[in-house]
Design a binder for this molecule. Structure first.
Ligand code: PRP
Ligand code: GUN
Length: 178
């Protein structure tokens, strides 16, 4: 598996530092409320578990599975809800936790849905942000790292469902795609 990686984009140490920094900001910003952290499956699982350990105040967690990618590398623009929340968001302060924000299609539809369900506030935390690929005007308040327009894998992010268990984020060698 490691042999398929051509270069590293974020090391384990850089990921840990990003989680610590974001965790501190969230601790300060959510002192007076108990936010509902919503992890977007499956990519955000590794990031969410590391991030919430760095939040030093009460939080609750739930998950949604919303898919706009179907095994390849390009967004189809279609968003399907595969698994919905088990918690009501009405009146809640929601923190959406994502591994990557790219076109914004996925988060845009989730925000629309949670607003319709009357969440009190909705903020986005994303480990990675690819602003150059944005199609929808959407910004994350909390960003781990801005990255260029390359397809990354690892730490939750897959290529054809593999590489999610890499502890760092990297680029695949060209030959892996052939
Ligand atoms: O900003 P966008 O262009 O919408 O892309 C970002 C979304 O794409 C990935 O999810 P994916 O649908 O691949 O599901 P996965 O997390 O289960 O791999 C990623 O986890 C984000 O949810
Ligand atoms: N694995 C992976 N999924 C994505 N979804 C949106 N961008 C990416 C990316 O760069 N890598």
């Amino acid at each position: 598996m490691h042999n398929d990686i051509g270069s590293i984009v974020l090391t384990e140490e850089q990921i840990k530092a990003a989680c610590q920094r974001l965790g501190k900001q969230l601790t300060a910003d959510y002192q007076h409320t108990v936010p509902l952290c919503v992890g977007i499956l499956k990519g955000s699982v590794l990031f969410m578990t590391d991030l919430i350990k760095e939040i030093d105040t009460h939080v609750e967690m739930d998950f949604m599975d919303v898919s706009s990618y179907h095994g390849g590398m390009e967004s189809t623009g279609e968003v399907k809800i595969l698994k919905d929340l088990g918690t009501s968001v009405e009146g809640r302060d929601v923190i959406i936790i994502e591994d990557i924000l790219e076109t914004g299609t996925t988060l845009n539809s989730i925000i629309d849905l949670l607003s319709y369900r009357k969440a009190n506030s909705i903020e986005i935390v994303t480990l990675l942000d690819k602003p150059s690929k944005r199609k929808v005007d959407i910004q994350a308040k909390y960003v781990g790292e801005k990255i260029p327009d390359d397809f990354v894998v690892g730490y939750g992010l897959d290529y054809q469902e593999k590489y999610r268990n890499l502890p760092y984020i990297g680029l695949l060698k060209e030959e892996v795609y052939r």
